[in-house]
Design a protein around this ligand. Structure first.
Ligand code: HEC
Ligand code: HEC
Ligand code: HEC
Ligand code: HEC
Length: 129
């Protein structure tokens, strides 16, 4: 009888540990960093839809997916079907002075600083694996 109780107890412990391990290892969505030839950092964490919801940006796609014409921002127009890298290149170009890494950092960090919410430290976005 003692033995059976012990067995049940041990099974429960193992189950809890396994579940916790699986949960903590759950994939956090990240931004695809493949366009950076040899990424130095882990891809930045970013759960797109969840972020929109928490930051209340669901009606404001163009705040990130902007459209410019002759270097002038066209308000309320959205480029959501484009990757940032289709307009921002690894190096500045005559059409676009903001290289890709700076484009991401400026957009993400500026809003986090201004709203005093969201990560601003390297390791909070580029989480070590
Ligand atoms: C708010 C989030 C955020 C913070 C804070 C942040 N980054 Fe990034 N970083 C990004 C995003 C998004 C990209 C573009 C996608 C990617 O590479 O994951 C990027 C790209 C990069 C890249 C180019 C890609 C690569 O891995 O080589 C480097 C280098 C980089 N970051 C270094 C840093 C360093 C150093 C800091 C701290 C001074 C920092 N980042 C802080 C979000 C962040
Ligand atoms: C906080 C900034 C931000 C907001 C707000 C935002 N997005 Fe995005 N979205 C991103 C980033 C960053 C990516 C990844 C772009 C990349 O990898 O170059 C992305 C990717 C996408 C993509 C995939 C693009 C592709 O070609 O693969 C779609 C579609 C998209 N967003 C739609 C939307 C819609 C619709 C909204 C409004 C409801 C929205 N986004 C709001 C930042 C944002
Ligand atoms: C359809 C083309 C296009 C797309 C897609 C695009 N951008 Fe831009 N972006 C531009 C142009 C053009 C400028 C102005 C560049 C200049 O002044 O030389 C600009 C300016 C910027 C600036 C500087 C002005 C500001 O808003 O602070 C940042 C930061 C930026 N983009 C980040 C991003 C990020 C991040 C993405 C992807 C979510 C993105 N852009 C997608 C064309 C684009
Ligand atoms: C227009 C403002 C704005 C922009 C642009 C923005 N963020 Fe945020 N972000 C927020 C706010 C607000 C929060 C806090 C949400 C909350 O209350 O939990 C946040 C939170 C986060 C968090 C914490 C986890 C979460 O989802 O709440 C991460 C990670 C993050 N942002 C990454 C990014 C990255 C990467 C970018 C650039 C591609 C970005 N953010 C651009 C406003 C912004």
């Amino acid at each position: 009888m003692m033995k059976l109780k012990r067995l049940i107890f041990m099974s429960a412990v193992i189950l809890i540990i396994t579940a916790f391990y699986a949960y903590s290892r759950e994939e956090i969505p990240t931004i695809d960093n493949i366009v950076f030839d040899h990424p130095q950092r882990s891809a930045a964490v970013f759960d797109h839809d969840d972020h929109n919801e928490k930051a209340m940006l669901e009606d404001d796609c163009s705040i990130c997916h902007h459209v410019y014409e002759n270097k002038k921002l066209i308000k309320d127009e959205s480029s959501e079907d484009y990757l940032c890298s289709e307009c921002h290149f690894l190096k500045p170009t005559p059409e676009n002075a903001i290289p890709l890494r700076m484009a991401f950092h400026k957009q993400c960090k500026e809003c986090h600083f201004e709203s005093n919410k969201g990560p601003v430290l390297c390791g909070e976005c580029h989480i070590k694996k």
